[in-house]
Design a binder for this molecule. Sequence first.
Ligand SMILES: C[S@@+](CC[C@H](N)C(=O)[O-])C[C@H]1O[C@@H](n2cnc3c(N)ncnc32)[C@H](O)[C@@H]1O
Length: 205
Amino acid sequence: MVVPATLLSLIIILKKLWQGCSSNRHNFIEELFNFIASKTPSHNLAWDIGTGNGQAAKSLAKLYKDVIATDKSPKQLEFAANVPNVQYICTNPKMSICELEKKVGKKSSVDLVTIAQALHWFDDRLHFYKQVIKKPNGIATWCYKLPNINNSVDSVFNKYYNVQPDWEPTRKSVDDKYKTIDFPFEPICDNNNNVVHLVFQTYLE
Ligand SMILES: C[S@@+](CC[C@H](N)C(=O)[O-])C[C@H]1O[C@@H](n2cnc3c(N)ncnc32)[C@H](O)[C@@H]1O
């Protein structure tokens, strides 16, 4: 088959962009994982849901004996980092708890569940995921907020960001910093019973 040159260029550019997702993406700050890991008494198995290219999974692999990293997209997993104690599994979003138990682990067998910048796609499944978590361990989920540079840069950036007719409505909870998601877990509190808020500042390279 003869592929026209313009189409071929477009395919090459799209392929490079797609692969770029894995090489140019952020790395989460290690302090975040150290904090989360300090809250689970044992460190045998972590499950990273919606792992994408495995950014969180590879950091978890330094702190947990085994990591299972799942995503519904086989293409995302194809570009995930190869780490000996991380097992990548493609999961169907509609999987039953029995099917998940076979792939991930039995009820109360997982020390930690993480969901990095992906919960807004499946927050209705939180109760479902809760069942595999070993008590009193828990779930950690986070999203990244918009960057702030200074007033002149931010005002231009926000103008374009707010023209977003193609955003899925579910992404609104990212703009709300996940505060609008019904979260069926107890928050982590300090010694004075105040909910712990952590803010990490980092730079994209
Ligand atoms: C924005 S990416 C985040 C990837 C990665 N966790 C990170 O922080 O870079 C969202 C990921 O969620 C995955 N995803 C969306 N819906 C899903 C579902 N129902 N089950 C599993 N993964 C899902 C997508 O395929 C995508 O890889």
